[in-house]
Design a protein around this ligand. Structure first.
Ligand code: PDD
Length: 287
């Protein structure tokens, strides 16, 4: 299902009324950054964390755009009926009116946002979560994966490779280490400890990753941010991936082999429960 109303450069319009120049640098060069933010019952989930990361991405690529993002997105969600929606926000460097690699500060950024419906996984409950099958493959991306750039061709090609192998996601390996998924962060559980690759320019600083670590810390579940080699997956008790729209998701098979007994693990159930409680607190204004 599509957005009924989208936002483009200061206006809320029907999608077919929203037009961007063919010289927009987002279109020509993927010279743009983005965010994907879940809203449940009309309330933004970790909105501020997403906006902080947007500011980080914009600064990193030197696009100057300073809007009241929360007001724009809240209004867009309202105009699309509230409820459970994922908001996509993209800011490109704009257009010079012709194709040129170089840019200067006179360009006006293009700001685009739209919504699409999502499931409220927390209301649905843990039984409804299917779990993921993943493959492990080479990380072909650039070396600034900490920037949430729309230059997603390597991610798209690898995800397609996963799908053609009957899997849902790919875990990426660079220089002998696991980095993350094509659109998710990675967690490995061994003997009650959660391990996740440490933050660097090799991975996106996921808002859901951050929340997992916060909730683990509050609940006294030990975690470590470390280098993880792909060989270590074979002896994992549990493997999870995380993203805004999927929350924390158990991985049941890797390259066709079950993770432990191939079932959703006990620590995943605990973390899903912590997420559910957190979301409830957020909905009731307690978080
Ligand atoms: N992707 N790593 C990558 C490469 C991602 O693209 C994403 C999110 C994440 C998880 O970040 P967060 O927890 O803040 O959603 C990690 C979004 C959902 C997307 O591209 O649609």
């Amino acid at each position: 299902m599509k957005s009924e109303v989208v936002y483009l450069n200061g206006r809320f319009v029907a999608p077919d009324q929203a037009q961007v120049s063919v010289f927009d640098r987002g279109f020509l060069f993927a010279d743009s950054v983005y965010e994907v933010i879940p809203y449940y019952r009309g309330v933004g989930f970790r909105l501020q964390q997403h906006l902080d990361r947007l500011a980080y991405s914009l600064r990193a690529v030197r696009i100057q755009a300073d809007e009241d993002w929360a007001a724009i997105l809240d209004e867009l969600v309202r105009r699309n009926g509230g409820g459970n929606l994922s908001v996509y926000l993209q800011v490109s460097r704009g257009s010079a009116g012709y194709r040129t690699h170089t840019y200067d500060d006179s360009m006006r950024p293009t700001v685009f946002a739209c919504t699409s419906p999502i499931r409220d996984i927390y209301s649905d409950g843990a039984e409804q979560i299917q779990g993921y099958n993943v493959i492990v493959t080479a990380d072909l991306r650039w070396r600034r994966c900490d920037i949430k750039s729309t230059g997603l061709l390597p991610n798209i090609l690898v995800l397609q490779q996963a799908r053609e192998a009957g899997a849902d996601e790919a875990l990426l390996v660079r220089d002998g280490l696991l980095s993350e998924g094509t659109s998710s962060n990675l967690f490995v559980v061994k003997q009650g400890v959660i391990y996740t690759p440490k933050r660097s320019s090799e991975i996106l600083g996921g808002t859901t990753r951050e929340l997992i670590l916060e909730l683990a810390s509050e609940a006294g579940i030990p975690y470590q941010e470390v280098d993880i080699r792909p060989e270590e997956l074979a002896t994992a008790d549990e493997v999870w991936i995380s993203s805004s729209t999927r929350g924390v998701m158990p991985v049941l098979t890797i390259d066709g082999e079950p993770v432990a007994d191939g079932q959703k693990g006990p620590l995943w159930h605990r973390m899903f429960d912590l997420f559910t409680r957190f979301q409830h607190r957020l909905m009731t204004g307690e978080a």
